[in-house]
Design a protein around this ligand. Sequence first.
Ligand SMILES: Cc1ncc(C[n+]2csc(CCOP(=O)(O)OP(=O)(O)O)c2C)c(N)n1
Ligand SMILES: [Mg+2]
Length: 243
Amino acid sequence: MKDQSYYREKYVRNLPSKFCPGCGCGIVMNAFVRAVDELGIPKKDIVLTSGIGCSAWIPSPHLRFDSIHTPHGRAIPVAVGVKLFRPELTVATISGDGDLAGIGLGHLIHAAARNYDITVVMVNNGIYAMTGGQLAPTTPKGLRTPTTPDGNPYRPLDVSQLVATAGASFVARWTTFHFRPLVKSMVEALETKGFSFVEVLSQCPTYMGRRMNLTPYGLMRAIAEGTSLKGEEGKTRIGVLKG
Ligand SMILES: Cc1ncc(C[n+]2csc(CCOP(=O)(O)OP(=O)(O)O)c2C)c(N)n1
Ligand SMILES: [Mg+2]
């Protein structure tokens, strides 16, 4: 059986992590490398892109794959460019909700509609974490942020629904609490021919947990329980919206 040190040594650069204690980014990173390992894709055959934000740090500098850290919101067009020129490579984007569904939303919709053969993993922590927890298009209604001190008056955008409607071949949504199904969906996404999207509802202990007076684990649970994802056999799942 492979233990955590196998994945760390094979896939993660030996650097001090920039993530805050309890951040969901480590869980998403762990899930992604397990999916790659399960598929047996050689490291040299993968290119990752990311934009700007805490989540965008998952591929670069942490992972031992070729990666391109793009300007804010531009991870998807760069991934599409790599895929068009090197179709034999597996190309994936890992980035945040603000990066992909805020400043980069146009690219996301058009890449899904054109069904480009790339995988996008969106780490949705519901805020712009890196810059101090400001309102994102995905922020839960009512949440107080530095830019909505009286509470967010808007509904959050359902990004997975939007991407499915735009025409993606595969869409799945999980939380960091659902590690095994998340890995499985990442495997399916990487295997998909066409545009695949995996949304991970994730915790930011620093800018959301503190505000809600929750520990990282408490925030993880609250996110998992706050989703209407009760699925088979009592397991919480969001599952595949479109396959
Ligand atoms: C063009 C541009 N506008 C704004 C910023 C400031 N900025 C940096 S990260 C970020 C938000 C990132 O949010 P998200 O993608 O959700 O990542 P998180 O930190 O939450 O993981 C913003 C607005 C920037 N770097 N570049
Ligand atoms: Mg975010």
